[in-house]
Each structure stands twice: as C-alpha cells, then as structure tokens.
Design a protein around this ligand. Structure first.
Ligand SMILES: [Zn+2]
Length: 340
C-alpha cells in the first residue's frame, strides 16, 4: 500500500490506494486543506506511485528509474510550479507556457508526466483560464495536481474538472504519534516542547509540529514573552517595544508567538478563576501565570483576549500590520475598560 509511512488521513489513503490499484488515474486532482496539513506530502506520495513504471497494486517499486530519480529530486517528468519568492500571484505565462510545454512531450522515464502547482489559489483568473485549456484535452500520460489551501478562489470550471482530495485535521492521537516519533528521531529538537503544548498549537495540523519542534527559537521567544507579559499589562512602553520585536510582523512568522500570547492569557484567566491547581496548557509557567492572573484580573484578561484575537484575525489582510499590532499592544497596557 502507498502512504504507509504517513500518519492519519485514512479515508483519503483508502480512496487514493483504490485509484492506484485499479490504475484508473484521472488527469486532474486538487489536494485541498489548511496550510501545514500535509497536502504536498500526500500529493508527492501519490504522484510517485502514479509515475512508477513497476507498481505493484498501489505501491511504487522504489527501484525503477522514475522512482530513483524522484528520490533524488531529479525526475524531469515532474514539474513543480509555485509562486516566485515574495510574489502573491502565479503568472498566466508560467501556467500557459510551462505547463503546455511540459505536457506536450511524453514522459522520459515515468508512467506519467506530472505537473504540481503549489498554492494554486495564487493563480488569478487569467492563469486559471489558461490552465483550463490543458484540462480540456489532456494527453493520456499527463496529470495535473493542484495544491490549494482554500477552494474559494478557484473557478467553478476548474473545480468541476478535477477530482477533489480533501485533507482533514488530524486527531490529537495522531498528532502525539508524530510528536513521539520526532522526539525519538532527533536529539536536536526543542526538548522542552510538551505534549500538551504540541496538541494545543497543532490543533490537528501536522505541519505545526515541525514549526515548533524544529525551531529552538520558538521556545526561546515563548520564554521571553512570558517574562514580558506583566510589564506589557502595566503599560510599560519599553516592554511593549520588545514584544513588538518578538512578534516581528514583517517576517509573517508570528503564528506561534500569537498562539503563545493567547494561551498564556487564557491560562492566567483559568488560574485566576479556578485556582492554582487547575489544568492548564503552559504548566511550565504555572507560577508566573498565576501571578499574572492575580495582578491583572480575570475580566481585564478576558478583554485582552478579544483585542488580540481581533488583531490576529485581521493581520493577514492588513496592509499596515505593524501599526495594527502596535495599537493592540498599547490597548493591552491600558487599565481602564475604555481602552478596549
Ligand atoms: Zn518504481
């Protein structure tokens, strides 16, 4: 069976395994699901099996030329298209010219010639219409795979011609299985990441485990945030500026620090209301969070959560993110309800 090394998504695995076993492969697939959920990983596994020239059932052989070249990322029968660095759009030229050229030739080594478009929602309408031409009369050997976070920006005409493969959130059990594997595999990973923290941050999305476990800085930033929070609520401008640096709006890698801020505050609220022994996510900072709950108080923390949540939700669409975050941090330092 294909996908045996990948955790979770059992329904989807059954569906794709059946397709591979019968050999009735479609020309277009759309893998969809939230960022970090594993679209690329599953699509690559599916594609590798589809391209293998010596497949047994749904399982690729790992020895044929297609399999070995894919392993070293050198198989010219696979083209991967993604938006250029920093660009928010995949241009119509790349779709029209690159894909047309790729599928105009039969595969060299593989059973299929495949194009994967990453973040396909970045194709504008013109690009999607150009893609449609390939969808309409695909050569027998061609397969187009679109990966997209959301189907909302995709044209109906594209959706109706592709097989939609939807990845769902993983269970906490699956998240913990991956967490345990990662801890066993490497000693370099952030060892102070607890299972509770992983489950809470991952929220069913596998990719988020890597985000905190591969990056020692994430845990360091979390520690610094815990030290800065009391000063932030006191309205200390110097502290506010340091929190601003931690959030680092421009890097766009602020998900974990926002999560940490929200979960610290939620824990402090729980401790303020139900006492020191209540179960919390950030148990490693229990004393500090209990003190924060006591000094700031349940209702002010509750208001603060609302302020942070609103800022975070709008941040991706906000042209002036830094100003929005600065405003948020200033509001957190205000003692009166009128600040909120
Ligand atoms: Zn093979």
């Amino acid at each position: 069976m294909a996908f045996e090394n990948l955790l979770g998504q059992n329904e989807l695995k059954d569906k794709l395994n059946r397709v591979l076993e019968t050999g009735k492969l479609g020309h277009a697939y759309m893998f969809t699901g939230e960022r970090g959920i594993g679209k690329k990983t599953f699509a690559r596994e599916f594609v590798a099996a589809a391209m293998c020239t010596n497949r047994t059932g749904s399982k690729r052989c790992c020895r044929c030329k297609s399999c070995t070249l894919l392993e070293s990322d050198n198989n010219s029968d696979l083209l991967v298209i993604s938006a250029d660095d920093g660009k928010s759009v995949i241009s119509v030229d790349r779709i029209r010219d690159d894909i047309r050229e790729a599928v105009s030739k039969a595969p060299n080594f593989s059973a299929k010639r495949v194009v994967i478009v990453e973040q396909a929602e970045k194709m504008n309408e013109a690009a999607q219409n150009a893609l449609l031409k390939t969808f309409e009369e695909p050569p027998e050997y061609a397969m187009i795979i679109l990966l997209c976070d959301s189907l909302l920006q995709m044209l109906e005409t594209i959706k109706s011609r592709a097989v939609i493969v939807e990845l769902k959130r993983n269970t906490d059990g699956e998240i913990l299985e991956k967490y345990r594997k990662k801890r066993e595999e490497s000693t370099h990973l952030a060892q102070d990441v607890t299972p509770e923290l992983v489950c809470s941050y991952a929220d069913g999305i596998m990719g988020r485990i890597d985000e905190i476990m591969n990056d020692g800085d994430a845990m360091e930033s979390r520690k610094r945030l815990s030290e800065l929070l009391p000063g932030l609520f006191e309205g200390n401008i110097e502290v506010k500026n340091r929190v601003m640096e931690l959030i680092d709006v421009k890097s766009k890698k602020y998900d974990f620090i926002f999560f940490s801020m929200i979960s610290f505050i939620r824990d402090a609220m729980v401790l303020a209301r139900f006492g020191m022994r209540t179960k919390i996510i950030n148990a490693d900072y229990r004393d500090a969070l209990h003190a924060l709950g006591g000094s700031v108080g349940y209702y002010r923390l509750k208001d603060a959560l609302g302020v942070i949540d609103a800022c975070y939700k709008n941040l991706a669409q906000n042209a002036n993110g830094e100003l929005a975050v600065d405003n948020m941090l200033i509001k957190l330092g205000m003692r009166t309800a009128s600040g909120y």
